[in-house]
Design a protein around this ligand. Structure first.
Ligand code: ATP
Ligand code: MG
Length: 243
């Protein structure tokens, strides 16, 4: 495996709601090398999304250290974290989070609208990203004119259009049937195998976790299990999803 991408040491996260304190993470140590594909499992409330928010530089640990590609993130300002998100990270969510009035193409272009990429470059990069998830022919469809699996593929294209080194997905197949879920996991595998993107994917489903290379499990804010996947799953060959 490659160099260390993620290094977390003694990370805790405490949420305060009035008088009540919730210890969502209780001292987590975790290293992930560049090019890994990690599935995050564990019961509801065990701290998975809290970890993802920290990995994604959306939130800061209450204590402990988080280094991403060697850079300490825990002490960065809000703006500093925004720069990291823009330059290095891609996000995929359970609910797709596409803008309903924009076409697939326009949704994928969106991350580049904010960084003043010229329109012609935007179009070309978005077209390539859509093609890489097998959706070149759907570029001008609105989200409502796409299936759930197709909408999630648009969201993946949007997440990879700025070539992130780390892609984070929180229950990306939670709204999809099992055949479509397998397709989406196959796309993640290809991004990992072919482009070498580091992937961290939260899932509740053991058979979805088998698409990853490594599984970690949380319980009550602690990392309690960490092992490689034996017998990795591969998706059935799907038409239209080319390399
Ligand atoms: N913003 C917040 N304010 C207060 N408590 C929070 C907040 N976010 C999460 N928590 C609490 O932290 C704990 C961990 O939540 P988290 O969302 O990380 O769980 P999860 O493993 O992602 O669960 P699920 O599988 O249901 O998505 C829970 O007890 C939750 O209630
Ligand atoms: Mg969650």
């Amino acid at each position: 495996m490659g160099v260390t991408a993620i290094e977390i040491r003694g990370v805790t996260k405490t949420y305060r709601l009035g008088d009540v304190q919730v210890e969502a993470l209780k001292g987590v140590d975790l290293s992930i090398a560049s090019g890994e594909f990690v599935a995050v499992m564990g019961p509801s409330g065990s701290g998975k999304s809290t970890l993802m928010n920290i990995l994604g530089c959306l939130d800061r640990p209450s204590a402990g250290s988080y280094r991403l590609d060697g850079e300490e993130i825990g002490t960065l300002s809000r703006d500093g974290r925004a720069v990291i998100r823009r330059n290095k990270l891609g996000f995929v969510f359970q609910g797709f989070n596409l803008l309903p009035r924009l076409s697939a193409q326009e949704n994928v272009e969106l991350p580049m609208v904010y960084d003043s990429t010229p329109a012609s470059v935007r179009r070309e990069k978005a077209g390539k990203a859509l093609a890489s998830v097998g959706l070149a022919e759907r570029a001008h469809h609105l989200p409502s004119q796409l299936s759930g699996g197709q909408q999630q593929r648009v969201a993946i294209a949007r997440a990879i259009v700025n070539t992130p080194s780390l892609l984070l997905a929180d229950e990306p197949t939670g709204n999809l049937d099992s055949a479509t879920s397998d397709e989406i996991m196959g796309i993640f595998q290809r991004l990992n195998d072919v482009l070498g993107i580091t992937l961290v994917v939260v899932t509740h489903e053991p058979d979805i976790a088998l698409f990853a290379r490594r599984v970690i499990r949380f319980r009550d804010g602690n990392l309690v299990e960490d092992h490689p996947v034996a017998g990795r799953r591969r998706p059935p060959a799907a038409d239209g999803i080319g390399a």
